[in-house]
Design a protein around this ligand. Structure first.
Ligand code: XCC
Ligand code: SF4
Length: 666
């Protein structure tokens, strides 16, 4: 009997050798070759099997929100130029996009809610395994929210802050959400009020968007898209809550050195991979792993090696210096090394396929959330009340897995790179403060005004196999760094940079243009961390994008302008998840020129395309740039930066020569 049948039935066997263009990560390439010769299926094979993809879906003109449908818009077929109910292409495209945004906002905000409830219960003394780690940040948040902090204990204040956060989820009856309102510029506040897109409740914004895009509701694409922007700002609010409150619970990240790529998996250790997004679980598991190291040794291993996958990996790297193994598209490949004893998952971006891959190995897949179950996996009902107990039980399962390994199936690529991570907004400000303690952000804005830097770019987001894995990320960052742009990154983009060595100190000499090199050199001379500075700054997981957005707000305030005038752009070269759609839309509302390197499903309506690329610009100052060629995407980002910095300089000169009133009229 063949091994395949013993291992759980016939499997799809890849007939094709691994295509060298599928990834530009050498470790992933090595594993893809390995998978091809073992006849194992990966996400790369399934992507190929799905092509060509449905043109109606790709254009966004397939509607299936009522069961009279699905309707497909076909302009060439009389009667089919509209849906059965009469919905035009523009209505259908806009509704589909809006529902993506609602989906993304649900993910981030539910994550934020979890953090708020955990903080509340910690403050109430109900969660013995959690504590308030960063009281300074707690007090700063309370101050920003206008809460009276004098004379209150950390627990009392945490209760108020958590309660205030939870209020942002409910209906604030016309008052904007406080996490949005207290973190944006004066100008944005006025703009959002004027356009009526400041959410007055996260859940409300999501529900109303789903309601408004149901059958027989809003048919006006401009109205639908602008309401989607309100939900995107609700997404921002939820993300900000998540980041702030997890910092309070587990500490605000500080510069840290570690390593990334599949080479961090160590054959002699119990390897426990943690995958997903939620530090409320993973922080405890890291603690549990440290406690149970001796049990692993007793089982014959050298100890426990925790490695991170996707954004939970980013969170653990940022706060604990835990190794990063893989991003979204390479999650299966980590299991295929044959040396992962357990993969523990929490929420979001967990491919159901990991279970099928694990079937060919000894790896135990452990799900932990009641909204994420994968048939055939172990499930632990993770609750904060008995967090450590559950975390230890899960770690013990990994230890048990160590003895079940098949040595013949172990293949670990040697590739790994040094990573300097931990760049929370606070860490960035501390770095700038070494040069100018009074006005730290001016160190960055002055470098732009003097022409040393051309601006800042946030590269965020996922992997998407419509392009070569990680290639979009790497091309954009190298191109921008060469042209003196300071690049900050989050999510799977950050993992791509970590794996490719773009977060190592050596990468500065290799890729930075003269201006960026001089800028980073100045920071280093003033007292950067002993291990040096990276080329690309890791600002966290995808839920941490508000760290990078806050930097934009600080720069705007420093320059005395609103955000659409700040030379700061955003890019999602490999956007995939609904969350990327909501983050990108939020960036546009906040005033970022926002490049997306994968064509979203909007080409079926010229009108919606125009709203995203032009009308958004006219109204909000931010806009989308869609370009699937990363080099040309980078050029467009550079020209957006140059246009803004040129205007800033002209404005400065006019102010110096003719006074601020004359300069204010531009
Ligand atoms: Fe998921 Fe965050 Fe995207 Fe990566 S980056 S594919 S959302 S893990 Ni956020
Ligand atoms: Fe078709 Fe209209 Fe139903 Fe959409 S809402 S599926 S366009 S009938």
């Amino acid at each position: 009997m063949s091994e395949e049948i013993i291992l759980g039935g016939p499997r799809y066997v890849s007939k094709r050798p691994a295509d060298p263009k599928r990834t530009c990560d050498p470790a992933a390439m090595e594993m893809l070759e390995c998978a091809a010769c073992r006849g194992e299926q990966t996400v790369f094979d399934r992507y190929a099997a799905q092509t060509p993809q449905c043109p109606f879906g790709l254009a966004g003109i397939c509607c299936r929100i009522c069961i009279q449908g699905p309707c497909r818009i076909n302009p060439k077929r009389p009667g089919a130029e509209k849906g059965i109910c009469g919905a035009h292409d523009y209505t259908i495209v806009a509704r589909n996009v809006a529902r993506y945004v609602a989906g993304g906002a649900s993910c981030h905000s539910d994550h934020g809610r979890h953090a708020a409830v955990a903080l509340l219960h910690t403050a109430e003394g109900k969660l013995p395994d959690y504590k308030i780690t960063d009281e300074t940040k707690l007090r700063r948040i309370a101050g920003r929210l206008g809460l009276e902090a004098e004379g209150k204990t950390a627990a009392e204040l945490a209760k108020e802050v958590a309660t205030e956060a939870l209020r942002d989820y409910n209906d604030r009856m016309g008052e904007p959400c406080s996490w949005l309102d207290t973190t944006i510029t004066e100008g944005r506040r006025a703009k959002f009020k004027h356009c009526d897109i400041a959410p007055d409740g996260i859940d409300k914004a999501i529900v109303q968007l789903i309601h408004g895009t149901a059958m027989g509701m809003d048919a006006d694409p401009v109205n639908i898209i602008f309401r989607a922007l309100r939900t995107a700002l609700a997404d921002y609010t939820g993300m900000h809550i998540a980041t702030d409150l997890t910092d309070v619970l587990f500490g605000t990240p500080e510069p840290v050195i570690s390593e990334a790529n599949l080479g961090v998996i160590k054959p002699e250790y119990v390897n426990l991979a943690i995958h997903g997004h939620n530090p409320i679980l993973s922080e405890l598991v890291v603690d549990a792993a440290r406690r149970l190291d001796d049990e692993a040794k007793a089982a014959g291993a050298a100890g426990i090696n925790v490695v991170g996958v996707c954004c939970t990996g980013n969170e653990l790297l940022m706060r604990q210096g835990v190794y990063l193994a893989a991003n979204q598209s390479s999650q299966e490949l980590a299991i295929m090394t044959g040396a992962i004893d357990a993969m523990l998952v929490d929420i979001q971006c967990i491919q159901p396929s990991i279970r099928a891959v694990a079937e060919c190995y000894h790896t135990k897949i452990i799900t932990t959330s009641d909204i994420v179950k994968i048939p055939g996996s172990y499930h632990f009902d993770f609750r904060e009340e008995k967090a450590m107990e559950t975390a230890e039980a899960m770690v013990r399962l990994a230890i048990a897995g160590y003895a079940e390994r098949n040595p013949e199936r172990i293949h670990i690529p040697e590739h790994k790179c040094t990573v300097i991570a931990g760049w929370s907004l606070e860490a960035m400000i501390d770095l700038f403060a070494k040069v100018n303690p009074e006005r730290p952000v001016s160190v960055l804005t002055d470098a732009i005004l003097s022409g040393e830097l051309r601006g800042v770019c946030l590269v965020a987001g996922c992997n998407n196999l419509k392009g070569s894995h990680d290639e979009g990320h790497l091309t954009i960052a190298k191109e921008l760094a060469k042209n003196d742009v300071l690049v900050v990154a989050t999510g799977c983009a950050a993992v791509a940079y970590a794996k490719a060595g773009l977060m190592s100190p050596q990468s500065v000499d290799q890729y930075a243009g003269p201006g960026l090199k001089a800028f980073l050199g100045r920071l280093a001379a003033a007292g950067s961390p002993e291990f040096g500075l990276p080329l690309v700054f890791h600002m966290g997981s995808c839920v941490d994008n508000t760290r990078a957005e806050d930097l934009m707000t600080l720069m705007a305030n420093e320059l005395g302008v609103d955000t659409p005038k700040v030379p700061y752009v955003a890019s999602a070269p490999e956007a995939m998840h609904e969350k990327a759609m909501s983050i990108g839309s939020g960036c546009v509302a906040l005033g970022f020129p926002t490049h997306v390197g994968v064509m979203p499903h909007i080409e079926g309506s010229q009108l919606v395309y125009g709203i995203a690329t032009q009308i958004a610009h006219d109204v909000y100052g931010g806009y989308f740039i869609f370009d699937t060629d990363p080099e040309s995407g980078a050029r467009k980002l550079l020209s957006a930066l140059d246009y803004r910095s040129w205007k800033l300089r002209v404005h400065r000169q006019a102010a110096e020569r003719y006074g601020t009133a004359a300069a204010a009229s531009w």
